[in-house]
Design a protein around this ligand. Structure first.
Ligand code: THU
Length: 133
């Protein structure tokens, strides 16, 4: 892991501890770094209605937007089990709004295994803001 990945990993581990996941028991932590070098993080927040549950990616992106930033330079996700975790389809589309095709997405496990994919690999031939012309 390079120093940026290390910082993202530490922040994601920290925030994952705060996950509210009493139903799935699958705790997720996400951290992202912006083009300005700021790190934002988020965890999943479940709900008794199940369908209202919020993914960790959404929560991290909301933090970034609330701080006035819009450009994701890298994003790291740590899931619930010992296996590496990959963002769900809805989250891939959410990340797509604020990242580039070549933005690295670090798929990690809590014990430090990480695999790097680009957003374009996770969501090829995608729909985005520039399609609305
Ligand atoms: N989850 C996330 O937070 N991000 C993902 O990309 C995959 C799934 C959460 C949602 C739910 O709280 C739990 O993991 C089990 O699906």
């Amino acid at each position: 892991m390079n120093p940026t990945q290390r910082s993202l990993f530490e922040r994601a581990v920290q925030v994952r501890d705060c996950a509210y996941a009493p139903y799935s028991k699958f705790h997720v932590g996400v951290s992202l770094i912006t083009s300005k070098g700021h790190i934002f993080s988020g965890c999943n927040v479940e709900n008794a209605s199940y369908g209202l549950s919020m993914c960790a990616e959404m929560s991290a992106i909301a933090q970034m937007i609330a701080a006035g930033e819009k450009q994701i330079s890298g994003l790291l996700v740590i899931g619930g089990g010992t296996a590496i975790c990959t963002p769900c389809g809805r989250c891939r589309q959410m990340i797509r709004e604020f990242a580039e095709q070549n933005t690295p997405i670090y798929l990690c496990s809590i014990d430090g295994q990480c695999e790097t994919k680009t957003l374009g690999e996770l969501l090829p031939f995608s729909f985005g803001p520039e399609c609305l012309v």
